[in-house]
Design a protein around this ligand. Structure first.
Ligand code: SF4
Ligand code: SF4
Length: 174
């Protein structure tokens, strides 16, 4: 296609609404700040291979007690929590940001990020993805008629694949 043809198409194509995460980051703290990010052992290995160092994770009790009640997901409760109630999570910087948060967002490629980051804002249990998103995204910043999933731009096929990986990796946890 010629350059002028491309311009004509662009001129007639309505501008897509800005990604919800970009709007979220401009208005307030995002899910990459002051949030507990659980990592599977496989997450840790993938990230270590990519970044070339280790020690970015620790065992910590959840800051938010909501994480300790997942009654519709016994596998999650059994595999994620240690006997003392702690979980393997990504460390925070001093300001509370995830250690992998950079000035332009996550510094990890999508297929290296912790699986729960890739899946957010999908809500789920061992049975599969739920139709209603998790409640943490700013729905008041959505474009008219836009769903949270559309706003964030997560692909449902990818989400189903990552959900399968997550629960397979959970079953491999000690
Ligand atoms: S996933 Fe939701 S909470 Fe996280 S940055 Fe995007 S809009 Fe904000
Ligand atoms: S790993 Fe990336 S996506 Fe997940 S909380 Fe940290 S910065 Fe955000």
């Amino acid at each position: 296609m010629s350059a002028s043809g491309g311009s004509a198409v662009e001129a007639n194509t309505p501008a897509l609404p800005e990604n919800l995460c970009a709007r979220c980051a401009r208005h307030h703290e995002t899910c990459c700040q002051k949030t507990d990010i659980y990592v599977t052992l496989q997450d840790v290995r993938r990230i270590e291979q990519h970044v070339g160092f280790s020690g970015f994770e620790e065992f910590r009790q959840p800051f938010d007690p909501v994480y300790t009640f997942q009654e519709d997901d016994p596998l999650w409760m059994e595999k994620v929590f240690q006997a003392d109630g702690s979980r393997r999570v990504v460390r925070h910087k001093e300001n509370g940001d995830c250690v992998f948060l950079g000035s332009a967002g996550c510094t990890l490629p999508t297929e290296v990020r912790p699986l729960i980051c890739r899946l957010y804002p999908f809500d789920y249990n061992a049975e599969g993805l739920k139709p209603v998103p998790a409640s943490g995204c700013p729905s008041h910043l959505l474009a008219p008629g836009q769903s949270v999933f559309e706003g964030v731009g997560v692909n449902p096929d990818d989400a189903r694949r990552w959900h399968g990986m997550l629960y397979k990796e959970l079953q491999q946890e000690p």
